[in-house]
Design a protein. Structure first.
Length: 117
């Protein structure tokens, strides 16, 4: 079992930065693929970024060059550094672990990010 707790969301202006954190409890964190999803109002859930156990990363085209996912296995934590934020980045951001056909096996509760223009 894995529990995920996100933090770091908030209200920022366009062009500013935020760093989201996701603290994981449970076993085998270092061996898990970690993901960040987001759901904007009225839109489908979107996979934003992922990082596997080897540190390989993938990003949605909408955030490439602006967002960076990283992990600290010693702290059981995954991060999402978000730079040059745009109003369209406004969403609830969810940390997740272990990709599955439904997105992921484990989910955090989400953290709200609001970007004002």
């Amino acid at each position: 079992q894995v529990q995920l707790v996100e933090s770091g969301g908030g209200l920022v202006q366009a062009g500013e930065s935020l760093r989201l954190s996701c603290a994981a409890s449970g076993t085998r964190f270092s061996g898990r693929t970690m993901l960040w999803y987001r759901r904007a109002p009225g839109k489908e859930r979107e996979l934003v970024a992922s990082i596997n156990s080897s540190g390989n990363t993938n990003y949605a085209d909408s955030v490439k060059g602006r967002f960076a996912i990283s992990r600290d296995n010693a702290k059981n934590t995954v991060y999402l550094q978000m730079n040059s934020l745009k109003p369209e980045d406004t969403a609830v951001y969810y940390c997740a672990a272990d990709p599955s056909p439904r997105g992921a096996v484990y989910w955090g509760q989400g953290t709200q990010v609001i970007v004002s223009s």
